[in-house]
Write a protein that binds this ligand. Sequence first.
Ligand code: PHE
Length: 446
Amino acid sequence: MSKTLERWGSKRAFILAVTGAAVGLGNIWRFPYVAGENGGAAFLLIYVAFVILLGIPVMMAEILIGRAGRRGPMQALGALAAEAGASRHWRWLGLFGAFTVFCILSFYSVVSGWSIEFLVASINGNFRGASAAEIGAGFDAFLANPGLLIFNHTLFLLMTMVVVAAGVAKGLERLNNLLMPLLYGLLLLLAAYAATTSGFGTALSWLFLPSLEALTPSVVLHAMGHAFFTLAVGACALMAYGAYMPDEQSLPRAAVAVAVLDISVALLAGIAIFSVVFSQGMDPADGPGLMFVTLPIAFSELPWGSLWLSVFFLLLLLATWTSAINLAEPMVATLQGFGWRRSVSTAVVALSVWSIGLLSALSFSTLADFRPLLGRNVFELVSSIPPDIFLPLGGLLIAIFAAWVLPRSAAAAALGVGERGYLCWRNVVRWVSIPLTLMVLLSGLL
Ligand code: PHE
């Protein structure tokens, strides 16, 4: 069993680390295109409701387990279950989480690689003066080039694994401190620019005026999956970070702060992107390329556009980097728990994620017609089923463990808000989060 882990340097560092895990492709790339495919405002409304009712309480459950266990997820779950007199099989939940993040990282790394390509292209001024149609065609041509996709996927995964190999806490603190305010500032600027475009009004009503017919069980399922995905909840990844949490920190406050920041980043990105979509007469349901096509168009019309665009892709790349590091951590921590050295664990994780990631990278060209399940290709499968099904399922089990299995004293101490605060949280998890997740999962699957 591994020893007590290192700690984050301060309370602020912990919040920043969790924010770094939460804010990433989910906010800026995934939210707009999934909302675009699922009716806009209806999706947004349900997703925000789920962040409040499920995301925040389950995030607390997850971090609380890590903090109470002070070990890698599998070991923490096993040890806490044993102390509670419950089945040691709970530890397999840690393995399930590792499997979930494995699937997610395999496509996450490919898409993050797109940002590397776009960063280089915007530094080179490739988008300067290009029309919307040219930018769209350029993106399609890029996707059809497997060599380029694989190269960028490899580069991104290397970047991630170097930090993971060095140990998480040290590398991340300083980066997050700088990154989040910059990213936020740039998105504010972009949203302000969006307000001057002709599509702004349509974008706002499309995002904020829900029509109830749009609310199908599948939209609700996607919204729930996205709430878990964007907060990085349900894969025991934050559990791994909770293990490093300072003793005196209030967990609910940290969770709420992260959720507010996370939603507002998505909203700013959504406003900017959909203003362009509607100004240019594009289709909101354009799929995974939405952000990569709309933002170059928006920036190309701004003075100093190439410069701003380069800065934006740099910040996006850094934001996805901090998320990817969090995605890799539970896998590495799990292998380490089996007594493997950190360097070896990291190398094994890197190599396996890289190989499976190739299937995603090739899904836009060579393997476009390889559709093993539900008529979807590998990229479509790994970018939808793990976020929409595995994360909520993992979150459900995490919530059951924290609110029903963990002894009251241990859980209350790890939550850090006193007895009344604990009971309040436990009631929400027991009677709202757990039944709601179960209901949506079942209705979405049937
Ligand atoms: N929340 C991250 C994002 O929005 C993705 C993520 C999911 C990270 C699950 C960790 C665990 O990009």
